[in-house]
Design a protein around this ligand. Structure first.
Ligand code: PEP
Ligand code: MG
Length: 744
């Protein structure tokens, strides 16, 4: 049974059109269930349309249409549950469609096809003999309907998209609001290093293709090296330079070419050489040499991408693009030149995945969960992305483009208005000073205007410098990075978080394979298991700060008091060693923990005895309190920081921190959302840390409200039973103060 189910599901999923898929579905289901008839009805504009059948009159396909209020099929759709009848003719809802030639069938079993609460259609099996279908048959049909739902929904979407030529529309979830008008750059998913072994027919032509691909990869690496050199990041620059030389004829490049001369296609040649070297390096005892496997892998993938998707990343310097891809990862976005990136559209990803946070930090409109977008051949087409509304338009008409250009200039004018006040402090109308800090570190290099308007850096994520390297950065390399961060803050405080890799931020050279990475080896857990790495990071941070008192150190993903105690021992060790050996004037930095694992909320008394401050990571706190993966588009509708449970937890955290005199800030995305910031201020938070793009907006907003009125608003919000109603109340408040345009 399982095999039959799998075969049917696979053949539906691999069909190119909805018609073909349904055709094969009815034939295979009828045969698998040994019945006389199988039909599928698809819901189109509130009508159930007979879309494929094996048993009814073929000419009725497309012609039999019924509203949900009619017939037995309508009843299944209406009730959203299966119906199993020994004799359908006896049921009061039975309706005969003469054109379908249905009167010979008595037994009737039907199941709704539902994808994520949305009814797509109904599958029906019928038999001439009056008999009840047995439980096994009923279960089979229901399982089949559930398994097919996703494939049918995908094919249905594709059919809808292709049928509207002049104004193709895609829908998705907003990850970073804003509007972009630009041409598409479609970049396929991950390119596997294991390519099929294919022999080349024309050796010279293959060698020529390979040379071109190597040349383009070398150009791209050189450009990266120059960019990082421009950003004063010499370490990174020299790494890309070294990688570029590795592709020379005397090195890997020559090995690839030799394989082509032996008769392999260019792709097979790169794949064969890469896999061979990766295996050899990974088997080595020396840790440094073992890590070189990731260089080989990286280079192989770069050259393969140039062979398989030639010219993808060769961007026209004058034209920004809307990047369309399966799933953007942080290092891909960090490498992408900001001025070329007008917007981001992805099939996968979550609203609070780090790539989405990065898009917001960069102020780039982004939309995620856009199904079938990679199949739609969008490359080089003109797109309008209205991320706030969850809309992507393909090849829009000139009048629509004009309309959006006007909208864009209105938005730019608003942004200028917000920026004008950035130098003024965030002071509410009734005189409460809110300190606004910057979240930094998701971009390579540090934004030069970091200090403007911010009271300091409230969260510096150290992961990216680690992710862009080919190995763990050395102590001196880290010191340089951290020094540049401290310098950019121009004497204002900087909260540096120790490494929080794992989850959706893997290190290319330190692969971690886990079933549930967000519940796994992440943040402080990894650091405490590798004191040699942790100590280097702590030493580097403290040396970068020297005798300045501006550095604070923050520990991520803390879930127990023991972890804090252990981390403090390492901090003491690193501090005492440095003070004795390197700098007697060294300052011991204040230490804090992220409040993102719910259990810690209930131990704030113990936390307060040990650390100087806490920072609420509302992204992870929401993920863990609601048990909703922040990266999974299927459940992104459930990821809601306005959920009353989350709001109450945040209020309670603040109250307890005040009781224990523990300094507290919020550095999750909620702090940078206008509605979130209002509620946090209402609760009494006075330190909010957010990305550069939100800073001016939140400052502008807070300068126009009274905390007193926000407290009243909060009282009402906390009486709501769900997040949606809570948001609605805040939106109404903003409208009543003529501030709703800040929501974009
Ligand atoms: C958070 O979890 O809210 C947070 C700020 O950390 P990150 O998004 O890097 O996990
Ligand atoms: Mg976090």
């Amino acid at each position: 049974m399982l095999n039959t189910l799998r075969d049917i599901t696979q053949s539906v999923a691999s069909a190119h059109t909805l018609e073909l898929a349904l055709e094969s579905l009815v034939i295979q289901t009828k045969s698998a269930m040994e019945t006389d008839c199988c039909s599928v009805y698809i819901l189109e504009q509130q009508l159930l349309v007979l879309s494929a059948t094996d048993g009814l009159e073929k000419s009725a396909v497309g012609r039999v249409r019924m509203p949900m209020s009619e017939g037995l099929v309508g009843l299944v759709a209406e009730r959203e549950e299966a119906i199993n009848l020994a004799d359908a003719h006896l049921h009061p809802r039975f309706k005969l469609f003469p054109e379908a030639n249905e009167d010979e069938y008595r037994a009737f079993l039907a199941a709704p096809i539902i994808y994520q609460k949305q009814l797509l259609g109904v599958i029906v099996v019928q038999q001439a003999k009056a008999r009840q279908f047995n439980e096994g048959e009923e279960a089979f049909l229901m399982t089949l309907a559930a398994q097919l739902a996703m494939a049918i929904r995908g094919l249905k979407r594709r059919a809808e998209v292709h049928s509207v030529d002049s104004q193709v529309l895609f829908h998705g979830t907003c990850a970073s609001s804003g509007v972009a008008i630009a041409h598409a750059l479609v970049i396929g998913g991950e390119i596997s290093l294991s390519q099929p072994e294919v022999t080349g027919t024309d050796i010279d032509a293959e060698a020529q293709r390979l040379r071109q691909a190597i040349g383009r990869s070398q150009d791209a690496l050189l450009a990266l090296a120059q960019r990082f050199e421009g950003d004063q990041d010499e370490e990174l620059s020299s790494i890309f330079l070294a990688l570029q030389t590795l592709l020379d004829d005397e090195s890997l490049g020559g090995d690839y070419l030799r394989e082509v001369r032996l008769g392999w296609s260019a792709e097979s040649a790169v794949s064969r050489v890469s896999l061979r070297y990766v295996a050899q390096f990974e088997a080595m005892d020396d840790a440094y040499l073992r890590e070189r496997a990731s260089d080989i892998r990286d280079l192989g993938q770069r050259v393969l991408r140039q062979l398989i998707e030639p010219g993808r990343m060769n961007l026209d310097p004058d034209k920004p693009v809307i990047l369309v891809t399966r799933e953007a990862d942080t290092s891909m976005l960090a490498e992408f030149p900001r001025q070329k990136l007008a917007g981001i559209v992805t099939e996968l990803g979550g609203v609070n995945a780090h790539a989405a946070i990065l898009a917001r930090a960069l102020g780039v409109p982004a939309m995620i969960g856009v199904e079938q977008v990679l199949q739609a051949e969008l490359d080089k087409k003109l797109l309008i992305l209205n991320a706030g509304r969850g809309l992507l338009m393909v090849s829009p008409s000139p009048s629509v483009v004009d309309e959006y250009r006007n909208l864009l200039s209105a938005q730019k004018a608003m942004a200028r208005q917000y920026a004008e006040e950035l130098k003024e402090p965030a002071l509410t109308l009734d005189g409460h000073r809110i300190h606004l800090y910057l979240n930094a570190g998701l971009m390579s290099g540090v934004a030069t205007d970091i200090a403007e308007g911010a009271d300091g850096i409230g969260l510096y994520r150290t992961e990216i410098p680690f992710m862009l390297q080919q190995r763990f950065p050395s102590e001196s390399e880290q010191i340089k990075v951290y020094q540049s961060v401290l310098q950019s803050a121009e004497g204002k405080p900087v909260v540096m978080r120790t490494l929080d890799v794992g989850g959706d931020k893997p290190l290319p050279y330190f692969p971690i394979s886990e079933e549930n990475p967000f519940l796994g080896w992440r943040g402080i857990r990894l650091s405490l298991d590798h004191p040699e790495l942790f100590l280097v990071q702590l030493r580097a941070m403290m040396q970068a700060a020297g005798d300045s008192d501006k550095l604070k150190i923050l520990l991520p993903m803390v879930s127990s008091i023991d972890e804090i105690d252990e981390a403090l021992l390492y901090l003491d060790q690193a501090f005492n060693e440095l003070k004795a050996d390197v700098n007697p004037a060294l300052k011991r930095p204040p230490i804090g923990v992220m409040l993102e694992v719910p259990a810690l909320l209930f131990q704030l008394d113990e936390v307060a005895k040990r650390v100087d401050f806490v920072s609420v990571g509302s992204n992870d706190l929401t993920q863990y309190l609601l048990a909703v993966d922040r990266n999974n588009p299927r459940v992104s509708g459930l990821f809601d920081s306005f959920h009353p449970g989350i709001l109450r937890a945040l209020r309670r955290a603040l109250k307890e921190c005040s009781d224990y005199q523990l300094e507290v800030s919020v550095c999750g995305e909620l702090a940078g959302e206008p509605m979130g910031a209002l509620l946090l201020v209402a609760m009494g938070y006075t330190q909010l840390s957010m990305n550069q793009a939100s800073l001016a907006k939140i400052n502008y907003l807070l300068r126009r409200v009274e905390r007193r009125e926000l407290e009243q608003l909060l009282d009402l919000v906390l009486q709501m039973s769900n997040g949606q109603d809570a948001r609605e109340l805040v939106r109404e408040f903003l409208s009543s103060r003529e501030l709703a345009s800040i929501l974009g």
